[in-house]
Every structure is written in structure tokens, then in C-alpha cells.
Design a binder for this molecule. Structure first.
Ligand code: ZN
Ligand code: ZN
Ligand code: ZN
Ligand code: ZN
Length: 360
């Protein structure tokens, strides 16, 4: 790798990191539930606690939410989190309930939160509603008036959506995902560089063969998939060509790959798709043959690895989607391979996959 390539990897890697924490002096002004968070190394930041999930915190900085390990924070912060977690929370916004709240099923909601994002009306007894993972609620009868983001599952009213939120192949993006969407091959390549570095850390060496990356529409992707008899709701596809040149003394094998990825994916999802496809490239270059649940489950371990280093809320939701995906290969396969990985660790897992290589 030349010095130029090195620099590219480093700078794109830096862009991946979100650093609101700083060593601050003076008095901090607090607004609402916003408070000062102090890391063990003394860095501080103003943020609102949005969620607690296991040993992670999600802090909200304006419109942006970021995930941090709770262990990174001071004893005061731990105390605040314990106190926060002990209170009853709104099923929509996840903030502590006040006296003005309403109970529906097993959850309670702030009155202000307990309303349909399509018609704006509060729900009444007997109303049926749907809720997304972001806390947006909609009347079941008003679902036709709502869009459902193809990336993050957010429900939002069709009425207020801008034209560019419906992509040219009719996929739909919420405002947040649309603002973060990638349509540019150079941007894709800088994300590929980041993911290549992360995968290399667990032993997935970078591809030997050249990869031609293509940002494509849903229809183009489905057409390519059909040609190799693959189906399903794909977001990426890897097609590997193997060339074998035999002379008297030796056989030389070489690979070339085409990787198709949907255009317009938000960066966290694009990271997930690119890492999944890079895992396919790794398997293909080693001639690994295995049932679909092993192959797709293994490739999703690459997505998992990259998403865990991505502190965005969307990355967390995408991991959750893999954990609950009912698909036998992408969901059950992932859970099976993850359970196996936790027993074996990466080096043995990779050795086992290589042992499945088809003999030439
Ligand atoms: Zn609420
Ligand atoms: Zn409604
Ligand atoms: Zn979205
Ligand atoms: Zn796959």
C-alpha cells in the first residue's frame, strides 16, 4: 500500500469518529434534561440521556444520538443512570413519565407523545396503532398515509415528505436517512476503506482480486441477482469470476469481483452491506462452499463487527434487526454463527471456514 492509500484510510477512519467530548472550562448552561457527562479521562460534554441498553448509553447531542459504554463514565453519571433507569418511561420517547400520561397495553405514554404522526390526533380507547423503533406512532387505519423508511423503519407522514425522499426506484428514505444517503462511488470507496481496516483486525485479509464496485437501483440489483439465480430482498450482491491458467509447471488462479450495492443507503447501512459483501469476497477467493445459513450467517458476522464500532443509533437498530430477522439464512444463520464465534473466537472460526474450501 503506497503512502497515498495509507493517508486515505486514516482520514476516512477519522471521519467515522464523532467527538463531542472535550476538556471544557467554565460554567456549562443546562437546558431541559441536558446535563454534563464526564468521562473517566476527564473529558466532558453536554447531552441528554436518550436510552440505556445493557452496558451502553445513548446520548443525544441535538439531533444526533451516539452510543457509549457506560463504563467510560464517572461515578456521578452511573448514579444518574441508575436513577433514570429506575423510573417509569414513556413507550414512545423513552423519557420519564409525568402525571400527564396514558396507558395502552403494557406501556404508558406522555399525552404529547401518544398521537398519530399521520393525522396528529391523540389515540383513544379502542384505537389500533403501530409503533416504530424510534417511538413514532400511527393509526393502523392511517398506514396508507405513512411512509416506512426502507433503511431504519421510521414511520413518517407522506404529506410532509420531500420529493427526493422517494428514490428513483421507489425506495423510501426518512429525512435522516436521506440526508446521510450515499450516491457517490468515491464516498462508497472511503467507507470500503474503513470497513476493510475493521475486518482486517479480525483476520479477514483484504481481497487479492480486483473489485469493481457499482452503485445500482433495486431493479438493476435484482436483475444481476436473477442471472446467478439468487433472490430475496437484497441490498448488495457479489459476483466473483475465477480464472485458472494452467501451464506445464503450475496452475495460476486469479479472481475478479463485481460488487453491486444499492445507491442511496445511509452510511451505517452502507457499512453493513459493504462488510457483508467483503466477507463474500473473502469466502469466494478461498473457494468455500457451505449451506446458505452458514455462508450468509458468516457474512453477517462481518456486518456485526463493523456495526458494533459505529456509534450511531441506526447501527444499533441494524444489529437488532439481524438478531430478530426471521430469515433462515440471514437471521437464524447469523445467530448460529454468532453463537459459534463466541465459543471459538475469530482465528478458529476463519480456519474452520477455510477448511470448507472445495478442492480445485
Ligand atoms: Zn414521551
Ligand atoms: Zn391517525
Ligand atoms: Zn430512515
Ligand atoms: Zn450475502
Amino acid at each position: 500500500m503506497g503512502p497515498d492509500a495509507c493517508r486515505r484510510v486514516t482520514s476516512s477512519h477519522r471521519a467515522f469518529v464523532f467527538l463531542p467530548f472535550a476538556l471544557l472550562g467554565g460554567v456549562l448552561t443546562l437546558v431541559g434534561a441536558t446535563r454534563t457527562w464526564t468521562m473517566n479521562d476527564g473529558r466532558r460534554a453536554l447531552a441528554e440521556l436518550a436510552h440505556v441498553e445493557g452496558e451502553y448509553l445513548f446520548l443525544r447531542f441535538g439531533p444526533v444520538e451516539r452510543r457509549y459504554p457506560l463504563n467510560n463514565f464517572s461515578e456521578d453519571d452511573h448514579e444518574y443512570v441508575r436513577n433514570w433507569s429506575s423510573k417509569a418511561r414513556c413507550g414512545a420517547c423513552n423519557q420519564p413519565l409525568t402525571t400527564r400520561s396514558k396507558k395502552a397495553g403494557r406501556k404508558s405514554y406522555h399525552l404529547a407523545c401518544f398521537r398519530c404522526v399521520a393525522c396528529g390526533k391523540g389515540f383513544r380507547g379502542g384505537d389500533r396503532f403501530q409503533i416504530d423503533q424510534w417511538g413514532n406512532l400511527g393509526h393502523v387505519e392511517h398506514i396508507a398515509q405513512l411512509f416506512d423508511c426502507d433503511s431504519c423503519g421510521r414511520l413518517f407522514p407522506r404529506k410532509g415528505a420531500s420529493r427526493n425522499q422517494v428514490l428513483s426506484d421507489n425506495r423510501v428514505a426518512c429525512k435522516q436517512c436521506r440526508d446521510d444517503a450515499v450516491f457517490d462511488l468515491e464516498e462508497l470507496k472511503s467507507i470500503r476503506n474503513e470497513t476493510t481496516v475493521i475486518l482486517k483486525e479480525v483476520g479477514i485479509s483484504p481481497p487479492e482480486g480486483a473489485i469493481e464496485w457499482k452503485l445500482v437501483s433495486r431493479r438493476e440489483l435484482d436483475n444481476e441477482a436473477k442471472r446467478i439465480h439468487v433472490g430475496g430482498n437484497l441490498k448488495g450482491l457479489t459476483v466473483t469470476q475465477l480464472r485458472r491458467v494452467t501451464s506445464k509447471s503450475e496452475t495460476i488462479t486469479s479472481f475478479s469481483h463485481k460488487v453491486y450495492v444499492l445507491f442511496g443507503l445511509p452510511k451505517s447501512e452502507l457499512r453493513s452491506v459493504i462488510s457483508h459483501e467483503l466477507m463474500h469476497v473473502w469466502l469466494n477467493e478461498r473457494g468455500v462452499e457451505a449451506p446458505a445459513d452458514v455462508i450468509e450467517g458468516f457474512c453477517n458476522l462481518g456486518s456485526d463487527q463493523v456495526l458494533r464500532q459505529d456509534p450511531s443509533r441506526l447501527a444499533w437498530i441494524l444489529i437488532g434487526n439481524m438478531q430478530t430477522n426471521p430469515s433462515p439464512s440471514y437471521g437464524a444463520g447469523y445467530r448460529k454463527m454468532m453463537a459459534h464465534l463466541q465459543k471459538t473466537g475469530w482465528p478458529r472460526m476463519l480456519a474452520e471456514m477455510k477448511a470448507r474450501a472445495k478442492k480445485p
